[in-house]
Design a protein around this ligand. Structure first.
Ligand code: ZN
Length: 347
């Protein structure tokens, strides 16, 4: 492969509490031309690995393009948690995410050289790139039933940028003061977080979707040349839309009908069916509104660390889908539909 720009691999060496060291490999792609410095970080949580592949492909693509500024990339921000195949350091089986004992990396920024082993790694990454970066894109993954989403702070500049990314769902919230995006935001830089759908896996469609997004990010800030790639239309902001939760009409096994997250569903569109464990009747589940799928499938807490959380057995009233309704429809979920239209037929 011919590269216009040389890709350098460097290693951040971090001294741990035990006296051992861990090495964090990083990539630097420097055009040598003044411009933005985009910091890409993935796998702060060791089970959230889709962004690592997105970074690899984006770097490969960017190296062959006309570039201004530089890309600073940390594909595996938390190597020890990655090797343990867990969200945070030293977690046991089925231990909830929130039970982090101070090791949730994205709550440790800007790190601490005398802190616990996670805060030390955070500190090393921040020391290496935190000042130089003008923009950050922090790649995470959440449960496979939840649509991939861009997370931004509530600022007009962020909204403009988020629109250009061309991704269906944008969640607007405070980025906080201890997350990577939040810390850089408070330093006057641009910090955007992203959640892929699906942990413990690398899904090709998820990778392609995010690759388009990060390419548009790079173009929007002038790092890459060229026109923005066409994306989702419309882009839906969480504070400008309503959402309807479709609840299970009965207990049983929810069998999804193969709808895809982020896609449009029409009113009456079939979402799946529930096979009752009580009387073996099949109940169809349809969308009560026209909108876009933000959540789909049997879903419960800790679906991200325990397989029981992903089991398709649902109880009556459990959420089966969340559908976001564009404001342009003049629809209000608050006064609108309460639940899914469903009909029963023998199994
Ligand atoms: Zn995460």
């Amino acid at each position: 492969m011919h590269l216009h720009h040389p890709l350098k691999t460097r290693y951040l060496s971090v001294a741990l509490c035990t006296g051992d060291a861990v090495r964090v490999p990083v990539w630097i792609l420097d055009s040598g031309v003044p411009g933005p410095a985009l910091l890409l970080v993935a796998a702060q949580h060791g089970n959230e690995v889709q962004g690592s592949e997105v970074i690899r492909r984006f770097i490969e693509k960017a190296a062959k393009r006309s570039l201004r500024g530089k890309i600073l990339a940390v594909p595996f921000a938390n190597p020890t948690a990655l090797r343990q195949r867990r969200p945070h350091l030293n977690m046991g089986p089925e231990q909830p995410y929130a039970d982090d004992r101070g090791h949730n990396m994205n709550l440790t920024w800007p790190g601490n050289p005398k802190g616990n082993d996670t805060a030390r790694v955070t500190y090393a990454i921040d020391q290496a790139f935190g000042e130089e970066a003008t923009h950050v894109f922090d790649l995470h993954c959440w449960s496979v039933q939840m649509a991939p989403m861009v997370l931004i702070d509530d600022e007009p500049e962020y909204r403009d940028l988020a629109r250009k990314l061309g991704h269906r769902f944008v969640h607007v919230r405070s980025l906080g003061t201890v997350t990577l995006a939040g810390v850089l935001h408070h330093r006057g830089k641009i910090g955007i977080t992203y959640e892929h759908a699906g942990q413990y896996e690398v899904n090709e469609l998820e990778v392609l979707r995010c690759l388009r997004l990060v390419t548009n990010y790079a173009k929007a800030i002038g790092l890459l040349r060229g026109r923005l790639e066409p994306g989702d239309e419309p882009v839906l902001f969480s504070d400008e839309t309503d959402a309807v939760t479709v609840k299970s009409p009965t207990s049983g096994l929810f069998v999804p009908a193969g709808c895809r997250l982020c896609d449009a569903v029409m009113k009456g569109y079939r979402l799946g069916h529930v096979l009752s464990d009580v009387n073996l009747r099949t109940t169809e589940v349809a969308s009560p509104v026209r909108g876009y799928l933000r959540q789909y499938g049997a879903f419960r807490n800790n679906a991200d660390v325990a397989l029981t959380g992903r089991h398709p057995y649902v109880e009556k009233g459990d959420p089966l889908a969340i559908i976001v309704c564009p404001e342009s429809d003049g629809f209000s979920a608050r006064r609108g539909c309460k639940g899914g239209k469903s009909q029963t037929r023998p199994a």
